[in-house]
Structure formats: structure tokens, C-alpha cells
Design a protein around this ligand. Structure first.
Ligand code: TXA
Ligand code: MG
Length: 316
């Protein structure tokens, strides 16, 4: 495909209208969500969805998350068990994706679900994403707006650094407040954590009144967020480092000397919001290796450690 000239759209009604028109025409628009920037396309338009995979350089078709404006809109595409009501009622709009049985009359491109009979769906909380979904009025399929396998984008500048010339536009909503992708929960045969993310699993278990099953390998489709090597910077990564070695840039957590700190006060929410931006920044500094301080494995720390392990995994 010839290079596109990627438009940067302002976070106002004019920008929203342009973004909606591009989506209606089968275009690709990167949009801010509370978690990370998504690369959006009309989920009913197979050609538009195929362009997502082309732009990201995804090696194969993996199922995508569909974004809608409300619970009522979600119910047009998926079966709706009682536990969906409990979780959506408690946490939507917000950083929770539910995997539910796809309705036979959903009318989505089969590329969105990679041919599965389930659909991952969420109502994002970011005001610009919500407004765009309202004005567009349809379902938007959106993976994170980064080239496949690279660090997820939390600013419009990150999106442009990876995808300029490959997408129609980016709606610039500034930095994403949560900073890691949504938590993904499947509900059948019983509630299971498919990916830790921006909503702590402890909160989900409290709302359900039961423990989430761990994700069984092979129980869900292999998708990029579940591949061992993902979110990878150019630099090598070393985790749980108390101090840096010669030549390593040090990504800190809590008080102490370092090159960049995820959170000086040891706050996991702040650390999640800073994670991808700090990795982008250390990578851009040309560091050959990045050492990362230990992060507590609770609350948002579980999502942070999940992403760090994948960033550090041997590259395939
Ligand atoms: O926060 C987020 O979730 C961001 C923003 C843009 O909404 N999106 C995102 O999408 O992280 P992506 O494509 O990078 O990750 C989608 C993940 C896949 O890794 C896959 O594990 C899961 O969603 N997924 C999608 N459909 C599924 C299905 N039917 N069953 C199980 N997992 C599914
Ligand atoms: Mg992703």
C-alpha cells in the first residue's frame, strides 16, 4: 500500500467528526482510551479490519477487542449471562474486557473474532473514545496502536512513531491515564482471568464473590498479548534488578537512584501509567540494556509484571 499522510486530529468536536467520517469510510483511526491508544476500524467492515493487521504488521489474524458506547450496545453483539451484568454494571465504562459468546446475528466481520464463537468486548472510559463511539454509532475493533510485538502506545507521539504513514489519523487525547491494557475476563465455563490489566483482579473477584480461574494454557486462542515475547523494546531487559550493572539503564520503582522512576513513592497506579512511556523513552535514549527494579505482584503490579516479563522474553 502507498504511504498515507496520517492526520493528527484535535480533541474537539471537529476532530471527532473527522475521525467518525474516516471510520465510516473504512479508514484506520488511532484513538485514545484510558488504557492505551487503540487502532480503530469499523468492526462490521472486513476490509477495514484487514487493514488493521496490515498496518500493524501482525503475522497472522488474531482476535480483536470490540469497543462500544454502552452495555445496551454490547448486548447487540454478545450473549449476556448474569455475571456479565454484575461485572459490566460494576466496571463499565472502564478497563475491563469481557469475552462472551458471539451472537449469531452480530453482523461483525469474522476477522474480528478470528473465526471464534466468542467476542472480546468493552466500553472504554476515556471521554474522547466515548464521544467518538457515540458519534460513529457502531462497533469499533481496536488492538493497541503499535507495530506488532512492540511497546504499546500511551501518547499520540508514540502512535505516530510506530504507525505514521500506515494509518489515516490519530485523535490526540494526550497521555492515557491508566497506561496498561484492559484486564480480560472470560465467563464460561466459569470466570477466568485471560490477561491481567488495568483493573486489578482483586476488584473483579470482590464483585463476583468468587475467585477467578487462572488462564489455562490452550484454553484461549493464542494472541499477541499472550505470546511470550511482546511489548519488546530494542534494548535487552533484566528484571527484578536491585541495582544496575555497568552499561545498563536503570528503571526504578520506589525511592533510590535510577535513570527513570516508575513511581518514586512506590505507587502502582502511577507506575502503570508511566510504564510504556518510560520504556519508549529509555529505548529512544539508545540504551543497550534496561534493568528494572522489582515490582510488587499485587493489584496493578500483576499487569506491570506481566508486560515486563513479555518485554524481557527471548525474541522469536
Ligand atoms: O486496553 C485494551 O484492551 C486495548 C485498548 C485499545 O482497548 N486493546 C488491546 O487490544 O489491548 P490487543 O489487540 O492488543 O489485545 C487483544 C487481546 C488479545 O491478546 C487476545 O488475548 C484477547 O484480546 N482476545 C480477543 N478476542 C478474544 C477471544 N474471543 N477470546 C479470548 N481472548 C480474546
Ligand atoms: Mg497489543
Amino acid at each position: 500500500m502507498p504511504p498515507l499522510s496520517t492526520e493528527t486530529l484535535a480533541p474537539d468536536e471537529g476532530g471527532i467528526a473527522r475521525a467518525a467520517a474516516l471510520l465510516e469510510g473504512g479508514g484506520l483511526v488511532a484513538l485514545p482510551t484510558e488504557t492505551v491508544y487503540g487502532l480503530g476500524a469499523d468492526a462490521r467492515n472486513g476490509l477495514a479490519v484487514a487493514r488493521i493487521f496490515e498496518a500493524k504488521g501482525r503475522p497472522r489474524f488474531n482476535p480483536l477487542i470490540v469497543h462500544v458506547a454502552s452495555i445496551q450496545a454490547a448486548q447487540r453483539y454478545v450473549e449476556w449471562p448474569e455475571q456479565a451484568d454484575v461485572l459490566a454494571g460494576a466496571f463499565w465504562p472502564g478497563p475491563l474486557t469481557l469475552v462472551l459468546p458471539l451472537r449469531a446475528d452480530a453482523g461483525l466481520s469474522p476477522l474480528v473474532t478470528a473465526g471464534l464463537d466468542t467476542l472480546a468486548i468493552r466500553v472504554p472510559a476515556h471521554p474522547l473514545a466515548r464521544r467518538l463511539l457515540e458519534v460513529f454509532g457502531g462497533p469499533v475493533a481496536a488492538p493497541s496502536a503499535n507495530p506488532s510485538g512492540r511497546i504499546s502506545p500511551t501518547t499520540a507521539a508514540h502512535v505516530l512513531a510506530g504507525l505514521s504513514g500506515r494509518i489515516d489519523a490519530v485523535l490526540d487525547g494526550g497521555p492515557c491515564p491508566v497506561g496498561v491494557e484492559s484486564t480480560i475476563v472470560g465467563l464460561s465455563p466459569r470466570p477466568a482471568l485471560l490477561r491481567p490489566g488495568g483493573l486489578p483482579s482483586e476488584a473483579i473477584e470482590a464483585a463476583l464473590g468468587e475467585a477467578l480461574a487462572a488462564h489455562e494454557d490452550g484454553a484461549a486462542p493464542t494472541a499477541p498479548g499472550q505470546l511470550a515475547s511482546h511489548y519488546a523494546p530494542n534494548a535487552g531487559m533484566r528484571l527484578n534488578a536491585e541495582t544496575p550493572r555497568e552499561g545498563e539503564a536503570f528503571l526504578g520503582f520506589g525511592p533510590g537512584a535510577c535513570d527513570l522512576n516508575l513511581s518514586e513513592s512506590g505507587d502502582l497506579t502511577e507506575a502503570a501509567a508511566n510504564l510504556f512511556g518510560h520504556l519508549h523513552q529509555l529505548d529512544a535514549s539508545g540504551a543497550k540494556a534496561i534493568a528494572v527494579a522489582p515490582i510488587p505482584d499485587r493489584g496493578l503490579g500483576r499487569a506491570i509484571n506481566d508486560r515486563l516479563r513479555r518485554a524481557a522474553a527471548p525474541r522469536t
